[in-house]
Each structure stands twice: as structure tokens, then as C-alpha cells.
Design a protein around this ligand. Structure first.
Ligand code: ADP
Ligand code: MG
Length: 321
């Protein structure tokens, strides 16, 4: 096992990720500069991942890097923002092999090229546990940001993509689904490890949606957050919640999907007259967008079956404490 020192790590592993952004000064200065176009706000979001909580020893370092970048980008997508740059704080156990950090950086490199962002700074410390914290910076035109608080009674509730795949992937990694065929397993693991931040969708929704949130904790939990911020109630039609063909094959309890997290799809609301505009966005971007319910006056989230009868809601989403 080799172990570089702090400054070797920064110079050899992280500095290459700053190449291409001249205002990162090759990670050689005390801080970086981020120009923000006139008429825009800087958008700031942080997400951290800890070994044993967000990933296990089996998770490849390259996938940890990719996921950390993507979940941060997903928060920008949910604000209707465009990424600018990111910073990274790594707390590394002293016995963590260099190869792990190199693999992690490889994952960052692959996806920062794909999403056109660069690393511009951070901090590197030793700690008892492996913790990786990223701060993503973005921009959005002033007063155009998507917020959780804008949903109005009468709005339609939409979700992008399919719901529940990452949760099935998580169960597969825990050995709970030994009979999955290899194709399905690969699909679910891909959905778990490489979520697609809906950046282009978020940008397109700026002029269309009344409220938005990304689905990280589970559809029910995240819709609960949106409703709370908006001061409204919501009804979900369970049968309309979109699921992938692989998930459909598995069958099972539809309510599970509503509380399974980490899909990183966008959940959003829009006035009914935006229906055609939303269909247009879906077609133009090649992203499935499905109407799954409606917003009403009141509080709380209701789930109904095909006949409109209420289904009891027991499970919440993931919480840390
Ligand atoms: P200081 O002690 O002044 O905070 P550091 O030695 O911690 O400086 O960092 C030196 C430079 O390296 C800074 O530009 C910092 O942003 C960058 N840096 C340190 N760790 C990381 C990291 N994990 N990723 C990216 N940049 C980093
Ligand atoms: Mg420092």
C-alpha cells in the first residue's frame, strides 16, 4: 500500500481535475474565483457521502466519485440552475490506500467532463472515517429559480423518468434479490450508482413549473417537503407512478416505490395550462414526464388507487437520525 502526503495528493490526484478552469489557479492559491454572469444568482449546494452510510466497502471508488458529483448536480437541476464549478472536502482514514483516492478521482474526472464542471478547490484532512463532501456552485437567472414553495391548488403533479429503480438496486446490493436476471441487475445497479441529474429538464422547467424538488429521499417524503414549503396538499395516483419495464417484471408492492430513495428524478408541479408545454419539453429532451397527481388546498400527501380510494401511507423516506 502506498500513501501520499496531503500535498502530494492535492498536486497529483486533485490538481488534474482543476485543469481547464484558469480561475482555479491549479489549486495553488488560497482560494479560487468564480465569475457569475450579470443578472444571475450564484446557486450553492452541498452533499456529503460517508463510508458505511452512503456506500459500502464493496462500492468501487470510481462509482463513489461519480455519484457524489451527480447527486450534487441533481440539486442544481432541481433549482433550474446550470453548473459552474465545485469544491471538494475529503476526510481520509490514514490507512486508506492511495488507489482508492485515485479511483475516486477517476470517477470525478469521467463525469466532470460529461457535465462540464471543474474542481476548483477544497480541503484534505485525515480522519477516523472516510467522508467526502462536495459543494457545487451554479448560476440561475435572477428570479427564475425553481423553488419548493411555489405549488398552487389546482396544479398538476409530474415526475420525470421512472421511480423505484435505485431502491431495487440497493436491495440487490444487499443480496435481497438473488434471482434477478443479470440484465435487470445491471440496470438497477446502474440506476443506483449513476443517477442522471436532470439538468436540462430543470433548465427547461424554469419558465413552466411552479415548484420542483429532486427525488432523493423517496417520492412520498420529497413530495411532503414540497407540499410543506408550498402550504398545499397533494394526491398521488399510485397506478400512474411510472416504473421501468424491469421493475414492472419484478411486480411487488407499489407503495414500496413511493418510499424508496435515490432515483434523483425531478418531481414538479405546474398549472394545468402548461400541459402542452411540458409535453413539448419531454419530447425535445427525450425524457419521460408523467402526470401522477394533483395539488389541492390543505396539508399532507394522499395516495389513491385506480378507483380514487385512499391507500394507507405508512412508510416515510430515509432519514439519518
Ligand atoms: P489552506 O491551508 O490555506 O486552506 P490547503 O493546503 O488546505 O490551504 O489547500 C491548498 C490548495 O489546495 C487550496 O487551493 C485548496 O482549495 C486546494 N485543495 C486542498 N484539498 C483539496 C481537494 N480535496 N480538492 C481540491 N482542492 C483542494
Ligand atoms: Mg486547508
Amino acid at each position: 500500500m502506498t500513501r501520499r502526503g496531503e500535498f502530494e495528493l492535492i498536486a497529483e490526484v486533485f490538481r488534474p481535475l482543476a485543469e481547464g478552469d484558469p480561475l482555479a489557479f491549479d489549486l495553488g492559491d488560497d482560494a479560487a474565483l468564480v465569475p457569475v454572469p450579470p443578472g444571475n444568482h450564484l446557486v450553492v449546494t452541498t452533499d456529503a457521502m460517508a463510508a458505511g452510510v452512503h456506500f459500502t466497502a464493496d462500492t468501487a471508488a470510481v462509482d463513489v466519485g461519480r455519484k457524489l458529483l451527480r447527486v450534487n448536480l441533481s440539486d442544481l437541476a432541481a433549482m433550474g440552475a446550470e453548473p459552474l464549478a465545485y469544491t471538494l472536502t475529503v476526510a481520509l482514514p490514514r490507512d486508506l490506500p492511495d488507489e482508492w483516492v485515485e479511483g475516486f478521482a477517476q470517477g470525478l474526472r469521467a463525469d466532470q467532463t460529461r457535465y462540464r464542471v471543474h474542481l476548483i478547490g477544497g480541503d484534505t484532512i485525515a480522519a477516523a472515517d472516510l467522508v467526502l463532501s462536495m459543494t457545487m456552485l451554479g448560476r440561475v437567472e435572477r428570479d427564475s429559480e425553481l423553488r419548493r414553495g411555489g405549488a398552487q391548488p389546482g396544479d398538476t403533479l409530474y415526475v420525470s423518468g421512472t421511480i423505484g429503480d435505485a431502491g431495487i438496486g440497493l436491495r440487490a446490493t444487499r443480496g435481497e434479490l438473488p434471482d434477478l436476471d443479470p440484465d435487470a441487475r445491471a440496470f438497477f445497479l446502474d440506476r443506483l450508482l449513476h443517477p442522471s441529474p436532470r439538468l436540462r429538464l430543470g433548465r427547461a422547467l424554469v419558465a413552466v413549473a411552479s415548484a420542483a424538488i429532486d427525488v432523493s429521499d423517496g417520492l412520498l417524503a420529497d413530495l411532503g417537503h414540497l407540499c410543506e414549503q408550498s402550504g398545499v396538499a397533494a394526491t398521488i395516483r399510485l397506478d400512474d407512478v411510472p416504473i421501468s419495464p424491469h421493475a414492472a417484471e419484478l411486480g411487488g408492492d407499489g407503495m414500496d416505490r413511493l418510499s424508496s430513495g435515490e432515483d434523483y428524478e425531478l418531481l414538479f408541479t405546474a398549472p394545468t395550462q402548461q400541459r402542452d408545454a411540458i409535453a413539448g419539453v419531454a419530447g425535445r429532451l427525450g425524457i419521460a414526464i408523467t402526470a401522477i397527481g394533483a395539488i389541492a388546498e390543505g396539508v399532507g400527501v394522499r395516495v389513491v388507487d385506480a378507483d380514487g380510494n385512499a391507500i394507507a401511507v405508512e412508510r416515510g423516506g430515509y432519514t439519518h437520525f
